[in-house]
Design a protein around this ligand. Structure first.
Ligand code: CP
Length: 309
């Protein structure tokens, strides 16, 4: 249960209760229903007077922009903190950086950081909430939430759904944030990867692990493809891309093994021709990849409201 004396952070999906997940899904669905129907003005009052700060140590297209869009739709001010031009260059520590942002008066810090669990440490030092926008190989909770909500919007329920997550599982914070929500809601979760990218913890629990793509996506309702996260592995471990695509890349032929109405997902950024073929990625009858991005704005509105109100 959330302690009312400490701020409510969003660091991991594993710490969310079923009530939290259902609340966030319901609010994001409401925001999506309201979008473009004349409710924009009333939404603008929700976070009036709050200031959201985006502090990103790694590149981002979707997460940073959609948190900014979400904050502005709710009436908050946004500071995109310029990490590369900050006093970190003069030797200031991460801890001093966030304490100073708090003293300046920001209402929340949304941070992407290359080190796993970096945010767990700083969240303990702050009186304001921290939102994890991706920490190393660990978690990307807003992505997990928006992904599972996208599945529910397309498939109408999660219980019993067969979800196959394929690719660089070992370095994927997206997989780590999707799986606890999917299991909590009763989905069957499969992970598919070369043996070297299947950490041991994926073999022991409720998740089924596969080395063969054909076995793993057989009869799946949802096929989620993941990028090879080269920035988080040694160059010697990079696979030969043509080989990788042959074994693990999703094309129209391989997709035929999933259910006829299976949806295809990808958190982005996509590497076309490496983990996914353009014919699949751009097939709007199967691919919900851009829907994930649209749902992401609404989910981030729900998260900011939940954290800040
Ligand atoms: N899915 C995701 O985190 O995308 P960005 O890296 O562009 O934010």
């Amino acid at each position: 249960m959330h302690n009312i004396k400490s701020p409510r952070h969003l660091l991991s999906t594993a710490e969310l209760s079923l009530d939290d997940i259902h609340h966030l899904f319901a609010r994001a669905d409401e925001f999506l229903a309201h979008h473009g129907h004349g409710h924009a003005v009333s939404l603008k009052q929700q976070l009036l007077g709050k200031t959201v700060s985006n502090v990103f140590f790694n590149d981002s297209t979707r997460t940073r922009t959609s948190f900014e869009m979400a904050a502005k739709r709710l009436g908050a001010d946004v500071i995109n903190f310029p990490v590369e031009h900050s006093s970190l260059n003069k030797g200031e520590s991460l801890s001093d950086l966030v304490l100073n942002l708090q003293a300046i008066g920001v209402s929340t810090i949304i941070m992407r950081h290359p080190e796993s669990f970096a945010l767990n440490t700083i969240s303990k030092q702050l009186k304001i909430p921290v939102i994890n926008a991706g920490d190393g190989n660990n978690e990307h909770p807003s992505q997990g939430l928006l992904d599972v909500l996208t599945m529910r919007r397309h498939k109408h329920w999660i219980k019993g759904l067969v979800v196959a997550i394929c690719g660089d599982i070992a370095h994927s914070r997206v997989a780590r944030s999707n799986i606890p929500i999917l299991l909590k809601l009763g989905a069957e979760v499969r992970v598919i990867a070369p043996q070297a990218w299947l950490p041991q913890d994926y073999f022991t629990g409720q998740v089924k692990a596969f080395n063969d793509l054909a076995d793993g996506i057989c009869n799946a309702d949802v096929v989620m493809m993941l990028r090879i996260q080269k920035e988080r592995m040694h160059q010697n471990d990079w696979p030969e891309e043509k080989d990788y695509f042959q074994r693990y890349g999703l094309d129209c032929e391989k997709l035929k093994l999933a259910k006829a109405d299976a949806i295809v997902m990808h958190p982005g950024p996509m590497n076309r021709g490496v983990e996914i073929d353009s014919a699949v990625a751009d097939d709007l009858k199967r691919s919900v990849i851009l829907d994930q991005v649209t749902v992401g704005v609404a989910m981030r509105m729900a998260i900011l409201e939940w954290i800040l109100k």
